[in-house]
Design a protein around this ligand. Structure first.
Ligand code: HEM
Ligand code: HEM
Length: 176
């Protein structure tokens, strides 16, 4: 269940791959919308953006807490500069995957409109619009979402370099 210094445990792996699948779905929908415009496919895809984004936020919080619990048990990254860059890269992924949906949820609250992902009455709405909240989301949510996409592509490329060029088993310890 826990990480053990050599491999990531089951909980870490399930969280990693569930979030990877949901993020590919989420960002795939945004990319399809930008590329194809409004079509029945992109509208249906886009209609799940808020509930899936909310799910990602909940998973990201759980994952960050789980990461802290396992901090001393995480498998070692590279020595030296490459290892430090890997730590920075992973921290950037955590920061983005928390900030992108959090900022959207703040905007959603600030809009004064109700928000009920999967029918859960999370925000009742009905109050005045809160300007700084809607501005924060307008200025940063989409932009940081694109930065997250770029960071994920970089992460994927590095995972493939580990597996096919350096052949050091890094992918295996996350696959299990
Ligand atoms: C990790 C989760 C999320 C990711 C990766 C994500 C990503 C994105 C991206 C990249 C865009 C930009 C689209 C563009 O430039 O045209 C966008 C737009 C949008 N997102 Fe999200 N999103 C997430 C969660 C959420 C949540 C939780 C909500 C609301 C509760 C939300 C509401 C919106 C809205 C209303 C837009 C259109 C307005 C805008 O561009 O800011 N998103 N999202
Ligand atoms: C697209 C397919 C993906 C592949 C092939 C992949 C592969 C991997 C591998 C092999 C590791 C272990 C690295 C090591 O031990 O040094 C890892 C760790 C990690 N990955 Fe991914 N990953 C993918 C998607 C994602 C996505 C979408 C995120 C976005 C948040 C992400 C975030 C992380 C983080 C933060 C770690 C560090 C361990 C942790 O805290 O969970 N990965 N990934």
């Amino acid at each position: 269940m826990f990480d053990n210094g050599l491999k990531y445990g089951l909980v870490t792996r399930v969280l990693h791959w569930a979030m990877a699948a949901l993020l590919i779905y989420q960002l795939g929908g945004v990319v399809a919308g930008a590329a194809l415009g409004e079509t029945p496919l992109t509208e249906a895809w886009g209609s799940s953006h808020k509930p899936v984004g909310f799910t990602l936020f909940v998973l990201a919080v759980i994952r960050a807490l789980w990461g802290l619990v396992n901090l001393t048990r995480r498998p070692k990254l590279h020595e030296g500069l490459i290892g430090k860059l890997a730590v920075l890269g992973h921290l950037a992924l955590y920061a983005l995957v928390l900030a992108v949906p959090a900022i959207a949820l703040i905007r959603q609250y600030g809009s004064g409109r109700p928000f009920e992902p999967f029918g859960i009455p999370l925000m009742a709405g009905g109050h005045e619009k809160i300007e700084w909240m809607t501005k924060l989301g307008g200025d940063w949510h989409g932009e940081l979402g694109w930065v997250l996409l770029v960071a994920i592509v970089g992460h994927l490329i590095m995972a493939l370099v580990h597996h096919f060029v350096w052949k050091d088993g890094t992918l295996k310890r996350m696959v299990g």
